[in-house]
Design a protein. Structure first.
Length: 731
């Protein structure tokens, strides 16, 4: 029978089995609840572990900014990478552009055996004892469809070639003992048909042994096809023991020989040529040696570039290896040293093409003769990438905390976990001091985005344009420091030689700083403003800006005022600090000197503003930042250098006949730099006396009011023109 016999409840009428099962289930409930709790705790533990890993990632990204100098990341690029490649190799490279002109590359010295190494064969002896390097197998071979039989035990090379010449193959085969090669040529002069070596059913390797199957077939002096062995028949077998070789200079003796003063051992009973060459290459001799089967010689190349030759042999040598290999009389072609110039400077020489000591912190590799511009700059892309990695880690941390503590989350209601989110949110945008205008992450373009959702987890976003602008604005601080240092240097060095002339010493400084301002401020202004509009166009942000309720005029004017404000701050602080220091440590500064110095600062700001306006005009006229940059440099050269040189040349050529004072007065007004010069060097008594331009200023007849009005016109006119062009420009 199958199944069991159940008597539960038969007598009592109770289902005892079900009752027992239910009692057991009831007893198991605490165990099941405990198992569920253990499972829940394990899940929570896994969630905490995952969150801990994410928070460690966030900590590491934050630590990068403290330990890895993220903001001191640099890059080096080459304009012609087929000529020069470059990379940053130091912690503090010199920033700038360097024109590298490669005049000559460094090459290595090459030395080769002066003659063939293998011995000549005996063409009249049996093939298996005649000295041919490759062992010849008995059998048949075919030339132009004619089959020949060869037996190396009885046939010699001469007998085989005679059989070929007497056959119907239509070719003549000859052995040249001098070159140790066999040459085949068609019998009929002018016959340029192909000589067919071998057939599919050949059983002898004779044609391979004499190295003609792969030979180049060419037309000889008789106008017929010919083919010559590609190597010497008695060439060295590079993998066979040296004492089994037929060598032209006799057997190799055991012992040592030296290369570049490094001793190398050789045992001809166990070493092949390959073994010895590998031993040389792995030594400290500084060379790479190889065997050239085509020339049956040994070739050495120096591992070090430059014109130094390779030294073979030494007084302590006990082996004749070098002599047998014809290296004691090796033919050497000396290498050459690299030659290059940087920024048109003197020719520099190196015995390598990898140069790391010419530009501080940069290594460049010369690849070919030519010119290339190596540019070393701050790697803004790497900095942005590091900041973005931090932001991604922050956002992921907030997202994980919010997800884990949600109503259905693994750690729902866990206040200790939620406190992590509060800590991150409360501290990420804390205000800090000591960094000028940048007091929080918001100031450098890190925000929570434009859209607000009270139910969503806070996440950070990076405004790359604003962040890059903050990186670029580091040079404003540098400009301020530069102006201050130059002004202070000129003030301290230039205020001493006043002699007996009764002039305020600060006026001497005004004369020096006026010349400095004419050269420096226009360049700074143009570099500050040339990409104000075209830069927005290239970055694709202009349309986004104009989507706000702001007109094109307002955009131009607002950006212009911002740039003028930055330049004014740098000028006032830079020059002002220098003036205060001079006024404190140098005696004899009166009110007139301070007045002259104040006029200098004010007019310097006006000069900068005029060139900023010109920069805006250039920026709205072109479509590419590179074009605007080139035009900016050209404008600076014209107004600061070329204008006065052309005017001076015209005066010299005219000899005072046609160009009068009134004409010159008008011409001066056409250059804001000259207007600035007249204002500062002739507008005050002290500066007029020291500059020697008092008489010139009187002759012009220009009052300070007129000159200031002209300066204002140089600001307004380019700015208005820029606004008009920009208003009509298609975006």
């Amino acid at each position: 029978m199958s199944g069991g016999f159940n008597v539960g409840g038969l007598i009592t009428g109770l289902d005892s089995e079900t009752l027992i099962r239910q009692l057991m289930q009831l007893e198991q409930q605490p165990i099941l609840r405990l198992e569920d709790r253990i499972s829940a705790l394990e899940t929570e533990q896994g969630a905490v572990r995952t969150l801990r890993t994410q928070l460690q990632t966030l900590r590491n990204r934050a630590q990068d900014f403290r330990l890895l100098n993220v903001f001191d990341t640099f890059e080096s690029t080459s304009s012609e990478e087929t000529v020069v490649t470059s990379e940053v190799s130091g912690a503090n490279p010199v920033l700038g552009s360097f024109e590298i002109d490669v005049l000559q590359l460094a090459t290595a010295t090459i030395a080769s055996s002066s003659a063939i190494v293998g011995g000549a064969i005996n063409s009249g002896a049996a093939l298996d004892s005649g000295g041919i390097t490759t062992n010849i197998e008995a059998g048949t071979f075919t030339i132009n469809g004619v089959e020949f039989t060869v037996d190396p035990a009885t046939d010699s090379l001469d007998s085989v070639l005679a059989a070929i010449n007497g056959s119907a193959a239509g070719v003549t085969a000859t052995y040249d003992a001098v070159s140790d090669t066999v040459t085949f040529e068609n019998n009929t002069a002018g016959d340029t048909s192909l000589i067919n070596f071998g057939a599919a059913d050949d059983t002898s390797n004779f044609l391979n042994a004499i190295a003609v199957t792969e030979a180049t077939q060419e037309t000889n002096a008789n106008g017929s096809t010919s083919a010559t062995s590609t190597r010497h028949l008695g060439a060295v077998d590079a993998i066979a023991a040296l004492n089994t070789q037929n060598l032209a200079n006799g057997a190799v003796t055991a012992g040592t020989f030296s290369i570049n003063g490094i001793s190398v051992t050789v045992d001809p009973t166990s070493d092949s040529l390959v073994d010895v060459l590998e031993r040389i290459n792995s030594s400290d001799a500084g060379v790479t040696a190889s065997y050239d089967a085509a020339t049956d010689g040994v070739r050495f190349m120096s591992d070090r570039l430059g014109s130094r030759t390779i030294r073979f042999g030494g007084a302590g040598d006990t082996s004749n290896f070098l002599a047998v290999m014809n290296l004691d009389t090796a033919t050497q072609t000396a290498g050459s040293d690299a030659q290059f110039t940087i920024n048109g400077g003197p020719t520099q020489t190196r015995n390598t093409n990898d140069v790391s000591d010419a530009i501080s912190g940069v290594t460049f590799t010369m690849l070919s003769v030519g010119a290339s511009t190596v540019t070393v700059a701050t790697d803004d892309d790497a900095i942005v990438e590091s900041v973005q990695e931090f932001i991604d880690a922050f956002n992921e941390s907030i997202s994980q905390v919010r997800s884990l503590t949600a109503v259905e989350g693994t750690l729902s209601g866990d206040s200790s976990i939620r406190s992590i989110e509060n800590y991150l949110r409360n501290n990420i945008f804390n205000l800090i001091g000591g960094f000028g205008d940048y007091q929080s992450l918001v100031d450098i373009g890190i925000t929570t985005g434009d859209d607000f959702d009270s139910t969503a987890a806070m996440s950070l976003s990076l405004d790359e344009e604003e962040f890059r602008e903050a990186l670029r604005n580091r040079w404003v601080l540098a400009t301020t420091v530069l102006l201050a240092v130059l002004a202070l240097s000129l003030a301290l060095l230039g205020s001493a030689p006043t002699g007996t002339v009764e002039v305020d010493r600060l006026s001497v400084t005004v004369v020096s700083l006026a010349s400095l301002s004419i050269f420096l401020l226009p360049l700074i202004s143009l570099m500050l403003s040339y990409d104000a509009i075209v830069g927005e166009v290239e970055r694709g942000t202009l349309l986004l800006v104009l989507a706000y309720p702001v007109s094109r005029w307002q955009l131009v004017l607002g950006k212009f005022l911002g740039h003028v404000g930055v330049l004014a701050l740098a000028t006032v602080v830079g020059y002002g600090v220098a003036g205060l220091i001079v006024g404190t440590i140098i005696e004899g500064v009166d009110a007139g000197g301070w007045r002259d110095f104040g006029i200098l600062i004010a007019t310097s700001v006006l000069l900068g503003a005029s060139f900023i306006a010109i920069g805006y005009l250039l920026s709205v006229m072109v479509r590419e930042r590179a074009t605007a940059a080139g035009l900016a440099v050209g404008v600076w050269l014209i107004f600061v250098l070329v204008f006065d040189l052309v005017l001076l040349g015209a005066l010299v050529m005219d000899h005072g006949q046609r160009i009068g004072a009134s004409f010159l007065n008008i011409v001066f007004l056409l250059n804001p730099a000259d207007v600035f010069r007249i204002l500062n060097l002739t507008g005050t008594p002290g500066a007029s006396l020291l500059s020697g331009m008092g008489a010139a200023g009187a002759e012009t007849g220009f009052g300070s009011g007129l000159l200031l009005a002209v300066m204002a016109a140089w600001i307004v006119a380019p700015l208005v023109a820029a606004g008009l062009i920009f208003r009509r420009r298609e975006l």
